[in-house]
Design a protein around this ligand. Structure first.
Ligand code: AMP
Length: 404
């Protein structure tokens, strides 16, 4: 069975075609600048053969046409006939309180995802465009499945997901913590249990997804108890260009200074001008910050110190939430590639009995997976490259086979 995994953004569409026989990636690619002048389409086959073209993609339907042409192409393609694709799995950012698990797509599901657009305006709108474009290019008979970033977090108890603002905002407007990166937290927590040779039901795990966007989750017995992102992905630790958690008065005070600032401009300030970028004034990319740190740039050093402090603080919170912790997992761009942050964070977790193996830690970069704590560490610490696509493909396979 071959499954096409889709991640549709407002101006981009990423895809992977996965052979479920051995869970290998046959091809992957990206449509960039959809609806913005000349688009860029990149397709890479498993053997490294690449197709990269500049092409107008005024909408998601045109982008899907490129994907279809590429996977069928005589030079870079991987299938002979479209019927070889058994199903499509879509990543959906916001499932709200409606979707607690992955679902087969039908009109009701699409309209429910549409109803959540106010909670994730850019993402959910693009996802619906992606689903509709997929229907028009691949036809109604090809099963489609939606997998939500929020659904792994739907096990949080109300005391964790409620914000202490007037209750009507929850009742009328669904203002609450939803959490994001759920598919990643789900994958790495399950994989951590596998690597430890234990049943996830018996484990308390803190998962740290540290990328351009970052979130941590407290997972007990395979169920999320709390997570750091909130109503939107702005909450939690500081990120590439997002502020993360702050005193809400910072927002109202800045609004009083910047007279006439609109909610959209404030959102831009907190989402796109803050975090590593806002503090360092250099970049939202941690590699650039590391280069500046090497040159002694003080604001870059401060940005790194803050980031490590935030990660450590949230791990401490979640150790309290879980009443202890068996394992900590680092994943995503920074979590998988930055031994220095892992070392600083873990060295600050003495009180939990965390002991890091420096040699193992240094080796765990660029896709390597394994334990970075010593054998006598009370908490096992792992680096596990995330794989959201495989979770989406597995859920899609299960749903189309009726095994749920
Ligand atoms: P992500 O959102 O998971 O793609 O992660 C993006 C972040 O990870 C950026 O801040 C990058 O600087 C960092 N990152 C990604 N790959 C590497 C790498 N090979 N070495 C160091 N940092 C990396």
């Amino acid at each position: 069975m071959k499954i096409l995994v889709i991640n549709a953004g407002s101006s981009s569409l990423k895809y992977q075609l996965i052979d479920m026989e051995n869970e290998s990636v046959l091809a992957k690619g990206n449509c960039e600048r959809i609806g913005i002048g000349k688009g860029i389409f990149t397709h890479k086959r498993f053997d490294g053969k690449v197709k990269k073209i500049e092409v107008d993609m005024p909408d998601h339907t045109c982008a899907f046409m490129q994907v279809k042409d590429a996977i069928l192409d005589s030079e870079v393609g991987v299938i002979k006939d479209l019927s070889e694709v058994s199903a499509v799995g879509h990543r959906i950012v916001q499932g709200g309180a409606i979707f607690k698990k992955s679902e087969l797509v039908n009109e009701k599901v699409i309209s429910d995802i549409e109803s959540l657009i106010p909670l994730a305006p850019l993402h959910n709108k693009a996802h619906v465009q992606g689903i509709r474009a997929c229907l028009s290019v691949f036809g109604e008979s090809l099963p489609q499945v939606v997998v939500f970033d929020t659904s792994f977090h739907s096990t949080m108890p109300p005391k964790a997901y409620m914000f202490a603002v007037p209750y009507k905002y929850y009742e009328k407007y669904q203002v609450r913590r939803y959490g994001f990166h759920g598919t990643s937290h789900r994958y790495v927590s399950a994989r951590c249990a596998e690597l430890m040779g234990k049943d996830i039901k018996d484990l308390k795990i803190i998962t740290c997804h540290l990328g351009n966007g970052s979130s941590l989750a407290a997972v007990k017995g395979g169920k999320v108890q709390d997570t750091s992102m909130g109503l939107t992905p702005l909450d939690g630790i500081m990120m590439g260009s997002r502020s993360g958690t702050l005193d809400p008065s910072v927002v109202t005070y800045i609004a009083s200074i910047e007279k006439g600032i609109t909610p959209e401009q404030m959102s831009d300030l907190l989402n796109k001008q803050s975090g590593l970028l806002g503090i360092s004034g250099i970049s939202s990319d941690d590699r650039d910050i590391s280069d500046a740190v090497d040159q002694g740039n003080e604001r870059a050093i401060l940005a790194h110190e803050m980031l490590e402090y935030h990660i450590k603080k949230f791990i401490g919170q979640y150790a309290a939430v879980l009443d202890g912790c068996d394992a900590i997992v680092f994943t995503a761009g920074i979590g998988e590639n930055h031994p220095h942050h892992r070392k600083v964070v873990c060295e600050g977790l003495n009180y939990l009995g965390v002991k890091i193996d420096n040699e193992a830690n240094e080796k765990m970069i660029r896709g390597n997976e394994g334990k970075i704590s010593t054998d006598d560490s009370k908490v096992a610490v792992y680096v596990i490259p995330t794989n959201e696509e495989i979770v989406i493909a597995r859920d899609t396979k299960k749903l189309v086979e009726g095994n749920v």
